[in-house]
Design a protein around this ligand. Structure first.
Ligand code: ADP
Ligand code: ZN
Length: 724
């Protein structure tokens, strides 16, 4: 497909080029702002759909759009994805040699490139001169927080962009980022010199991500349980604090049959690239990484992100978990939390000779810890952290999904608090608890064994007191100093408890540890078999093109294919992600699989649209035998070999099996020719026992060799003999 004239309507481009029906959220406002020649700044969470905000204006306008993006892998991904939609795009970064660059420059000058991606370090004086020869439609600055000192990922090269407005006064600039606090935002506008840019801030909520926090005990076992409930081919990232643990965990996963690779700064650049590439291409499903992993990756079908250790702050946690579910499909973020991690991290977050910065970092760590130990909705906590209002319950986090019971622990709280007071507010949590539980350890000073609270709490194990103490800390019933040797101190709320004015009620999860279980996405689709078959087609195309599968088509598109069951090109166009180019390039492959599936399973796609069918239903029967059924019948009489009939007729064996179902129902074929009487009885028994109209549970109740076809035949024979 060649790129024709200028398409001026954003809706048409959205539909024809990208295959989507409607704009999300503020996308259209943003696009129209840019189209009207104004500058814009866009803050949207990862996966929110930032790319379309500059790609669509670029396609609506004449000339070439210049897109600045800091990461080579990301750039290549976007350009590949654009080309898969028939958009002429190119990129220039350190992986491109000078001859290729010359070619790209020439193409751009001739108007043969609609979108040119650039790494910021490529921007030199010579480059600006070159750009002045182009007809530029707009400048898009992706990951714009990189230009700010305030951002967490400052890149000095980005500062070179400060001159854009001097050099190209009338060309709109759009800056985009997924993470920017107030200071970073102001900085971006200032550096780019776009004070009048229209600012678009989207909600940072990621509704498709389920947030789970699990106590970090036997965490590798729990991880394995968690993985067992996922589909084998699902992609996930597991973050660990140390290089060593990424290696050992990756080994453990491989031993357990998962394809996992480590990723950390100790590996050579080549190794890192190759591990990342294997992950991108779905050849490896799990990456076990330190935080060194992620910036360069734009994989949209990551289904889970696990943190084996506590991140240092909410910003990092949110960014890392945000790598899950960019395609909008249900995904999980699982954190293993223990207070011990907080203590361990304290040494790491402090910055030498910078008290102010250390203080800030410790505070951020405390806020991260509070997230882990919180008893209220995780999503609400996260959104509030980013200054966004949120309802008290999201319904999609471990807290909202668990049930609780309340327990009055006032007496125990009084014991603990009075120990803090008797110890003159001079000791840490462990020491106080040792005193409360009457520890015989030599650490305990003699004088302290004589205070009234010594041993008052020996009716509970130490673990209980630690938990209670953390709870009291979280709810402000006691305070703790910061620094390397934190000390427990009392406050007004503590005194209210001690005086009996304030009861302490804690709500405990009834389900002690929430099950790290989640319905896998493949199962939630109407026809898992069709989904699988379509996935296979996608993989074949991807391998053939040497591209990752999700660049060819997202999981969301596959799901939409299953839902809509298009049978021809026109219907295919209404499937999400199928723009004109993809329909033309790949339509046949997908349509073939769908049409076969429809035929083999005697599905009526028009009825399907309204039905809420989960598993293949009972067979449907034709009213009258058609010529093709009769032809199968003729052949069957001569030679009842299904494989042979299928081959001779050029049909799939499943189709012939379905024909036979119909022939049995119409009493042309006697089922006893196909199945032994004893097995027929066994199948009938299973049908009665499972008492369901779905085939799958019946199949599961029978020995493995009993195929779906045999079950359908038995049903057909039964219904033929027992008409309603
Ligand atoms: P971001 O850059 O903000 O992280 P992307 O631009 O990569 O997000 O978009 C995330 C996913 O959402 C992509 O698969 C993209 O094709 C899809 N998407 C974006 N806008 C729409 C839309 N209006 N309708 C359907 N899908 C969309
Ligand atoms: Zn919640």
């Amino acid at each position: 497909m060649s790129f024709g004239g200028v398409k001026s309507d954003p809706h048409v481009v959205l539909n024809e080029t990208f295959g989507y029906d409607s704009f999300r959220d503020r996308q259209l406002d943003i696009i129209q702002t840019v189209l009207s020649g104004k500058d814009a700044m866009v803050l949207m969470p990862t996966g929110g759909g930032k790319s379309l905000c500059f790609q669509i204006p670029a396609l609506c306008m004449e000339g070439t759009a210049i897109v600045v993006s800091p990461l080579i892998a990301l750039m290549k991904d976007q350009v590949d994805a654009l080309r898969q939609n028939g958009v002429p795009a190119a990129f220039i970064n350190s992986s491109i040699d000078s001859r290729e660059i010359d070619q790209i420059m020439t193409d751009a000058r001739m108007g043969r490139i609609k979108m040119l991606y650039l790494a910021p370090e490529r921007i030199s004086d010579q480059f600006w001169r070159y750009l002045s020869n182009l007809n530029i439609s707009l400048f898009a600055i992706d990951e714009a927080h990189c230009m700010s000192h305030w951002g967490h990922d400052f890149r000095p090269d980005y500062r070179a962009l400060a001159v854009i407005k001097d050099k190209f006064k009338d060309i709109p600039v759009i800056a985009l980022t997924a993470t920017a606090d107030k200071y970073t935002r102001e900085d971006i506008l200032e550096v780019l010199n776009i004070p009048n840019a229209e600012v678009f801030i989207s909600s940072f909520n990621r509704p498709n991500i389920k947030y789970l926090v699990e106590p970090k005990r036997r965490s590798s076992d729990k991880l394995l349980t968690f993985l067992k409930t996922r589909k084998d081919k699902e992609s996930g990232i597991i973050y660990c604090l140390s290089r060593k643990s990424t290696e050992s965990l990756a080994d453990l996963l491989n031993l357990n049959g998962y394809k996992a690779l480590p990723y950390h700064a100790g590996l050579s650049a080549d190794q890192r690239d190759s591990h990342q590439m294997l992950f991108q291409k779905d050849e490896v499903n799990i990456i076990v990484a330190t935080i060194a992993f992620g910036m360069g990756i734009d994989k949209s079908n990551v289904r889970f992100v696990v943190h084996m250790d506590l991140p240092k702050n909410i910003e990092s946690y949110y960014q890392e978990t945000g790598r899950a579910g960019r395609d909008g499909e249900p995904s999980v973020a699982l954190l293993f939390y223990t207070y011990a991690d907080v203590l361990k991290l304290k040494q790491f977050v402090e910055i030498e000779n910078n008290e102010e910065q250390s203080h800030l970092m410790l505070k951020k760590l405390d806020q991260m810890a509070a997230y882990g130990s919180s008893n209220s909705c995780r999503r609400q906590y996260l959104l509030n952290y980013f200054d966004e209002d949120a309802p008290a319950k999201c319904g999609n986090c471990d807290i909202c999904l668990s049930s609780y019971e309340e327990k009055d622990v006032t007496t125990d709280a009084q014991i603990l608090l009075s120990a803090v007071v008797r110890l003159k507010e001079s000791f840490g949590m462990n020491y106080v608890i040792d005193v409360v539980t009457g520890s015989r350890s030599k650490k305990i000073r003699d004088a302290h064994t004589r205070i009234p609270t010594y041993g008052k709490g020996d009716h509970h194990p130490k673990k209980y007191w630690l938990k209670l103490c953390r709870y009291l800390l979280d709810d402000g019933y006691v305070d703790m100093t910061s620094g390397k040797f934190p000390i427990l101190t009392v406050n007004g709320k503590s005194w209210a408890v001690l005086k009996g004015e304030q009861p302490v009620i804690i709500s405990m999860r009834k389900t002690k540890e929430i099950e790290v279980r989640q319905e896998s996405t493949d199962d939630s689709v109407k026809y898992p078999d069709l989904f699988k078959a379509l996935k296979k087609v996608r993989t074949e195309i991807a391998v053939n093109k040497g591209l990752p599968s999700y660049i060819i088509l997202s999981d969301a598109s596959l799901r939409d294919l299953v839902n809509k069951m298009p049978r021809d090109y026109t219907q295919l166009q209404s499937v999400s992600g199928f723009g004109a180019y993809k329909v033309e390039q790949y339509g046949d492959f997908f349509l073939k699989v769908i049409n076969e599936f429809i035929e083999e399973n005697s599905i009526d796609p028009d009825k399907e649209k309204t039905a809420t069918i989960v598993k293949p239903p009972k067979p449907r029967y034709v009213e009258k035998l058609t010529p093709t059924l009769l032809e199968t019948y003729e052949m069957f009489v001569k030679n009842p070999d299904i494989g042979f009939i299928a081959e001779t007729r050029g049909m799939s064996p499943a189709t012939i099996e379905n024909h036979i179902t119909q022939l049995i129902y119409h009493q042309k074929i006697d089922i006893h020719e196909l199945i032994d009487t004893s097995l027929i009885l066994e199948i009938e028994e299973a049908i009665n026992r499972t008492d369901t109209i779905w085939l799958k549970p019946i199949k599961e109740a029978l020995p493995e060799h009993v195929t779906y076809a045999k079950i359908r035949w038995t049903m057909a024979a039964y219904e033929a003999n027992n008409p309603k």
